[in-house]
Design a protein around this ligand. Structure first.
Ligand SMILES: [Zn+2]
Length: 500
């Protein structure tokens, strides 16, 4: 049994099977049912939304042997012939391939002759903006004095390229991009009819990827059925489309809301293991930020729980700023040494830059011990600064507290206060100015608190590495044998961690 692609099998045969074009269909149906017919119609809209499908149904409505109506019978010879693309009085012209004036002229030469089989002779000109100037002139002449038995149905993705003289003689209908909800619902109906098992979120992913085009949605559905072996599982569809786990983005943004740098970096690293298309990832992130912004503005706007929660966790300014950072980051992504690195920097930038209105300015707040967050972030910035010697040592013992347009504020434990001097502060300021591409001054506040500084963090890491190395050596079977045979003892003091 041959497999018929879904887009063809499910091509609408009636107006009521067309998805998401209600207002156009209502106007056309009224015109047909009242026989208030124009001689030229223009259907506009992006690719894949069903302009020619609609035009073909319209041709059936005009030529059905029963009568002119918005509900062709689909049973008479004419209806069947149009469905099968073999109706003699429906002349389909693809302007993209036939732009020579002779071709159009040849076709238009036959306009005066009465239709052979139908009520009307119908010219369906697809991609009509591609006609040459000469062809437009030939068409215009016909449109100026159209014989009663002729109807022109023009379709185009780019109506601006049609001459105004043509436009003014056509009744124009703009077909909308089909909404995600409509596409998803349509896919659900098809799956149920085709006895294909599915998870609802899987269909939503497909609808999303189709980007307003029903034709693309059906091709994707075909592809998914083959990929998933007849059961559409969300996870597999995500893999197929290369889309991002919604939950992962949620975790990422949650870490950002908590200003938890450690968690943020760990979520990023999880992502970089599975994602290769960081442009798509940023696109998904932008889409989530947009939804959050909408929900913050109109609280009763439809949103899932994830969006609702994130909307509470961030201020509107945060979201605006993050959107801007993601947008610029996406633009610059091709210039980064590696997209994964570029993505990480974008996220760290979001973490580093809080809108000024939301940074605390009170001395009290600044003196509070920081969470691991800023330490992590500062570690990252620090690793990129060209600092050496004492300046690096001082910076490593600082904890970043606050960033404004002009200042970086740090906390420094009082036991390290003796390290501070004007020369070192100037060197750190110079390095930051170079790194941030703007003039940066630093302010260091001395605190009695224990701080999680980059220096401490590095020390911890070194200890962890050492502990790991020690346990690896202890558990090594060869080492064990030597201990057993020679009654040896392991001198753990001699173990050093060499990396870093
Ligand atoms: Zn019919």
């Amino acid at each position: 049994m041959s497999y018929q692609v879904l887009a063809r099998k499910w091509r609408p045969k009636n107006f009521n099977e067309i998805v998401g074009q209600d207002s156009t269909l209502r106007m056309l149906s009224n015109a047909l049912d009242n026989e208030r017919l124009h001689h030229a119609y223009l259907f506009t809209g992006t690719r894949g939304i069903g302009k020619t499908t609609l035009a073909r149904i319209f041709a059936k409505c005009l030529n059905c042997e029963k009568k002119i109506s918005s509900t062709p019978c689909n049973n008479c010879d004419t209806c069947k012939a149009i469905d099968e693309g073999r109706f003699i009085d429906l002349l389909e012209i693809d302007a993209a391939s036939r732009t020579k004036v002779e071709d159009t002229r040849e076709i238009l030469d036959n306009v005066p002759y009465a239709p052979t089989a139908g009520r009307f002779k119908i010219y369906l000109i697809d991609e009509s903006h591609m006609l040459s100037t000469h062809s437009f002139n030939a068409l215009l002449k016909t449109l100026e004095e159209p014989p009663a038995h002729v109807k022109f149905l023009l379709a185009t993705t780019d109506p601006k390229k049609l001459p105004i003289t043509i436009l003014s003689r056509c009744l124009q209908f703009h077909l909308k991009r089909v909404s995600i909800e409509n596409i998803s619902e349509h896919l659900k109906n098809i799956c149920e009819a085709e006895k294909i098992n599915f998870e609802r979120p899987a269909l939503e992913l497909l609808a999303h990827a189709a980007d307003g085009s029903l034709r693309d949605a059906l091709s994707l559905l075909d592809q998914s059925i083959a990929y998933c072996n007849n059961t559409l599982v969300t996870k597999e569809i995500r893999n197929m489309l290369g889309t991002v786990e919604h939950e992962t983005l949620f975790e990422l943004l949650k870490a950002l809301a908590e200003k938890n740098g450690k968690k943020l970096l760990s979520e990023i690293s999880k992502l970089t293991e599975v994602i290769s298309q960081f442009d798509r990832l940023l696109e998904a992130l932008l889409s989530v930020l947009h939804k959050i912004a909408v929900h913050q503005t109109v609280s009763d706007a439809p949103a899932d729980d994830m969006i609702k929660q994130l909307a509470k966790n961030f201020s509107a300014e945060d979201i605006q700023l993050y959107y801007q950072i993601a947008l610029i980051g996406r633009r610059d992504l091709p210039y980064t040494p590696h997209p994964a690195l570029g993505f990480e920097m974008i996220m760290l930038r979001m973490l580093a830059f809080h809108p000024a209105t939301h940074t605390t300015t009170t001395e009290k707040k600044i003196m509070e011990p920081q969470k691991i967050t800023d330490t992590q972030n500062w570690s990252h910035i620090l690793s990129e600064l060209k600092l050496t010697g004492m300046a690096h040592a001082l910076a490593s013992n600082c904890v970043l507290q606050k960033i404004s347009d002009t200042h970086f504020e740090f906390a420094l434990s009082e036991k390290h206060q003796p390290m501070m001097n004007t020369n070192l502060i100037e060197r750190i300021e110079q390095a930051l100015t170079q790194h941030q591409h703007r003039a940066i001054k630093i302010k260091i506040i001395i605190t009695k608190d224990e701080l999680n500084t980059p220096a401490k963090h590095q020390q911890q890491q070194q200890q962890e590495r050492l502990a790991t190395a020690t346990s690896t050596i202890k558990n090594d079977s060869n080492v064990q044998k030597m201990i057993d045979i020679f009654d040896a003892t392991l001198s753990t003091d001699s173990i050093v961690s060499t990396d870093n």
